[in-house]
Write a protein that binds this ligand. Structure first.
Ligand code: EPU
Length: 417
C-alpha cells in the first residue's frame, strides 16, 4: 500500500488544472449502457472509481476502453441483466446499473450496495420511486430484482432530493415513452450534466436545474460523444488548501457557477477569488476569519467539502461551527486532525473548530475520500513531516493529487507504506 509523505509549511503558487468530475462521469457511463452503439465520454478524470465502474459495465458485456481522458464504450451487444455483489460492493455508484439496465432491457438484477465507512447509506428512495412508477421490485438474497416492462410513468415525489435516486430514476424512465414527472429531485450540476446527455441521446427532459423534472423517454436513444463538467469538489479542495497554506493559485477550468456557496463562504473567511475566462484565481494573504457552514443539498454547501472546510478553519481566528446535515456521522477526519494539533470538539453532528492553531506533522490515516483530502490540506500547512496512510482513498477521487500539489510548490511524495 502507498502512503503520502508531506513536509508542510509552504505557501502554494501556480496553476492547477481541474479534472472532469468523478460524480458526473459515473452517471454518464451508466447512461452509455442504454444506447446500442459507441459512446465516447470526454474529460473523464483518471481515477480508480472510474475504472471500478468500467469493470462492472464490462462484466455486463459492454466494451469499455479508457484512453487518457476519454472513455470509449460500445454497447452494441445486448448486455447481461446482472450486476454481481463482488463488483457492486466495491463502489456504491455501481447501483446506477439498476436504472440503466431497466431502461435498456426492462429487467435487472443488481446487488444492493452496503453501507460505507461513515454509516448506512440507504437506497429506499430509489426503490420506492421505481415501484411508484409501476415497476416491480423485489429483494432476494441481497439482490434487487426489478422489472420495468409494465412501468407506466406518472408522478413521484422523492422524500428527499437524493442524488443517487434522481440518477437511477432518470435512467430508468429514459426509454419510457410515457410522461413521468419527478418532484423534489436533486439539482446538483452532475444531475444537470446527465440530463443534457440524455436529451442529446433523444430523450425529452424538461426542468434541468430545478426540483421538478418532466420526462418523456425514447425507445430509440442514440449513442454520442459527450463531455463531463469540471469537478467542483476537486476545485473546492484546492481552494481550501490555498486558503489554509496561503498563496496564489489559478484553478484552471473550474466552473464558478457550480461553487457559488463555497466561494461565498471562502470570501467571508477572507480568501480572495477572481473569476477569469481561464478559471478561478484563489489568493490568501491575510488572516482568516472563522465562518460557520452547514451542509445542504445543492446549491447549499456540499457535504463533500465539509472535511476540507474543517481543515481550513483550523487556521481561522475564533470558533467555527461545521454541521453536516446530509451525512451526520461523516466526521472520521476529526480525530486524525486532532493528532496534528487541531482543536475540535464534536457535539452531535457539529464540529466546533477553535483557531488559529499551528498544526504539527504526525502519522495519520483515514477511512474515506474527503476525510483524506482534509488530512492532506492540514498536512500541507503543518510544521514538519506528516505521513498519510491509505492513499487508495485519495486515488478513488483525486487525479494525480501529489503531482498537482507538487507543481504548486508543496513538498509531497508517494512512498510504499
Ligand atoms: N438517502 C436516503 N435514501 C435513499 C438515498 C439517499 O435516505 O434512497 C439519504 C442518504 O442517507 C443521505 C442523503 O439522502 O443522508 C443524501 O444521499 P444521496 O443519495 O444524495 O447521495 P449519493 O447519491 O449516495 C452522492 C455522491 C456523494 C455525495 C452525495 C451528497 C456520487 C457517486 N456520490 O452520493 O459523493 O456525498 O451525493 O452530495 O455521486 C464523494 O464523492 O466523496 C461522495 C461520497
Amino acid at each position: 500500500m502507498d502512503k503520502l509523505v508531506i513536509e508542510g509549511g509552504l505557501p502554494l503558487h501556480g496553476d492547477v488544472r481541474i479534472a472532469g468530475s468523478k460524480n458526473a462521469t459515473l452517471p454518464l457511463m451508466a447512461a452509455a449502457v442504454i444506447a446500442p452503439g459507441q459512446t465516447v465520454i470526454q474529460n473523464v478524470p483518471r481515477l480508480v472509481d472510474i475504472h471500478t465502474l468500467g469493470k462492472v459495465i464490462a462484466h455486463l458485456g459492454v466494451t469499455v476502453e479508457h484512453d487518457d481522458d476519454k472513455v470509449v464504450m460500445d454497447a452494441t451487444a445486448t448486455p447481461s441483466d446482472t450486476a454481481p455483489y463482488d463488483l457492486v460492493r466495491k463502489m456504491r455508484a455501481s447501483f446506477y446499473m439498476l436504472g440503466a439496465l431497466l431502461a435498456r432491457l426492462g429487467h435487472a438484477k443488481v446487488s444492493m450496495p452496503g453501507g460505507c465507512a461513515w454509516g448506512p447509506r440507504p437506497v429506499d428512495i430509489h426503490l420506492k420511486g421505481l415501484k411508484a412508477l409501476g415497476a416491480s421490485v423485489e429483494l432476494e438474497g441481497g439482490y434487487v430484482l426489478a422489472d420495468s416492462r409494465q412501468m407506466n410513468g406518472g408522478r413521484f415525489v422523492l422524500d428527499f432530493p437524493s442524488v443517487g435516486a434522481t440518477v437511477n430514476l432518470l435512467l430508468a424512465v429514459s426509454t419510457l415513452e410515457k410522461e413521468t414527472i419527478l418532484e423534489n429531485v436533486a439539482r446538483e450540476p452532475e444531475i444537470t450534466n446527465l440530463i443534457r446527455m440524455l436529451n442529446r441521446m433523444g430523450a425529452r427532459i424538461e426542468g434541468a436545474n430545478t426540483s421538478q423534472l418532466v420526462i418523456l423517454g425514447s425507445r430509440d436513444l442514440k449513442p454520442l460523444s459527450f463531455a463531463v463538467i469540471p469537478d467542483r469538489i476537486e476545485a473546492g479542495t484546492y481552494m481550501a488548501a490555498v486558503g489554509r497554506c496561503g498563496g496564489d493559485v489559478m484553478l484552471r477550468g473550474a466552473d464558478p457557477e457550480h461553487l457559488t456557496m463555497v466561494l461565498a463562504k471562502a470570501a467571508e473567511a477572507g480568501i480572495k477569488f477572481t473569476v477569469t475566462t481561464e478559471g478561478i484565481r484563489i489568493q490568501r494573504e491575510n488572516d482568516l476569519r472563522s465562518v460557520d457552514v452547514e451542509t445542504a443539498v445543492y446549491p447549499g454547501f456540499p457535504t463533500d467539502m465539509q472535511a476540507q472546510w474543517i481543515a481550513l478553519m483550523t487556521a481561522a481566528a475564533g470558533v467555527s461551527l461545521v454541521t453536516d446535515t446530509i451525512y451526520t456521522d461523516r466526521f472520521t477526519h476529526v480525530a486524525e486532525l486532532m493528532r496534528l494539533g487541531a482543536e475540535i470538539k464534536m457535539k452531535g453532528h457539529t464540529a466546533k473548530v477553535y483557531g488559529p492553531t499551528q498544526l504539527t506533522g504526525a502519522p495519520v490515516m483515514s477511512t474515506d475520500l474527503r476525510a483524506s483530502a482534509s488530512l492532506v490540506i492540514a498536512a500541507l500547512a503543518a510544521k514538519g513531516r506528516t505521513d498519510i496512510l491509505r492513499v487508495y482513498h485519495l486515488d478513488r477521487g483525486y487525479e494525480r493529487l501529489e503531482d498537482k500539489f507538487e507543481r504548486i510548490g508543496a513538498r509531497i511524495r508517494r512512498e510504499q507504506e
